[in-house]
Design a protein around this ligand. Structure first.
Ligand code: 13P
Length: 280
């Protein structure tokens, strides 16, 4: 069932657990994630970045692929198909082509402009039953020299002036492999949680320690974005397979050889996020 994220994230917020957002990169990954989450009986958010969408053939291809797989695989869990870090144009295109949720990322602009663009996307999305996430501060790459922490007043303004359904504040998190332990600002997270009643999102979930995840969820994170961890897991399975199967050239066998490692990582993360609480 394709849905927006509003119910699943509100329920997660109430129940103090988090819903996983896994980025998809191709058909095989989508099948693996859907099958595993169905098996675990948990809702899932499938994130598609602009570049991943282009790689797969565009927003229309992505939404048809996900919709068809849900049908053919008899998937019964709630699945949210979400734009990850979209521009306004990405969000509108994706909505027009069947996505059920978007993240408008106008965080590179000053807060007034961020609010203006986010508000335009919210108006377009909400008329069509689509959920909207937005970002404050700068959640860059782990290799950036400086990531900018969200300003509490900017968070409050973006929340109050746009009507977004979830907020992704920069609290010391970043995308990719952390070069050192991330300096997560729990005081800032607590302050945001006190002022803002919508679910909060953590980007750059790969490589965060078990202790930090436990704390982050206790301190109000309801959605965690994961991409790099699944890439690493997939590559591990693939490398091992290629080393031991030098004669195999069937692309289906090669691409799927990362499945077992991906499944292990998905299950480990879902357990850390306590997503199974969704059943109760
Ligand atoms: P990682 O690749 O660090 O897991 O980040 C994923 C993400 O936040 C996608 O928006």
């Amino acid at each position: 069932m394709l849905v927006n994220f509003i119910d699943m994230l509100n329920k997660a917020k109430e129940g103090n657990y988090a819903i996983p957002h896994f980025n998809i990169n191709n058909l095989e990954w989508t099948k693996i994630i859907l099958e595993k989450c169905e098996d675990l009986k948990i809702p899932v958010i499938l994130g598609v970045s602009s570049s991943a969408s282009k790689y797969m053939g565009g927003w229309f291809v992505c939404s048809n692929m996900v919709g068809s797989l849900i049908k053919e695989m008899n998937i019964t869990i709630p699945v949210c198909l979400h734009v990850d870090h979209g521009t306004k144009e990405d969000c509108i295109n994706a909505i027009n082509n069947g996505f059920t949720s978007v993240m408008i990322d106008a965080s590179k602009y000053k807060i007034d402009e961020n609010i203006k663009i986010t508000k335009e996307v919210v108006e377009y999305a909400h008329q069509r039953g689509i959920s909207v996430e937005a970002e404050v501060g700068s959640i860059g790459l782990t290799t950036d020299s400086e990531n900018i922490y969200a300003d509490i007043n900017d968070c409050i303004r973006l929340y109050k002036e746009t009507g977004i359904n979830a907020l992704a504040p920069a609290i010391g998190n970043a995308h990719g492999i952390y070069l050192e332990k991330p300096r997560l600002n729990y005081e800032l997270l607590d302050e945001i949680k006190r002022e803002i009643s919508i679910p909060l999102v953590l980007h750059g979930g790969s490589g965060i320690s078990h202790e930090d995840f436990e704390k982050l969820i206790k301190h109000g994170i309801s959605k965690v974005n994961i991409n790099t961890d699944l890439q690493i897991a997939w590559k591990k399975g693939l490398t091992n397979f290629l080393e031991n199967n030098k004669e195999v050239y069937d692309p289906r066998k090669i691409i799927l050889s990362g499945k077992e490692e991906m499944n292990k990582k998905i299950e480990e993360l879902v357990n850390l996020f306590n997503t199974k609480m969704w059943l109760f």
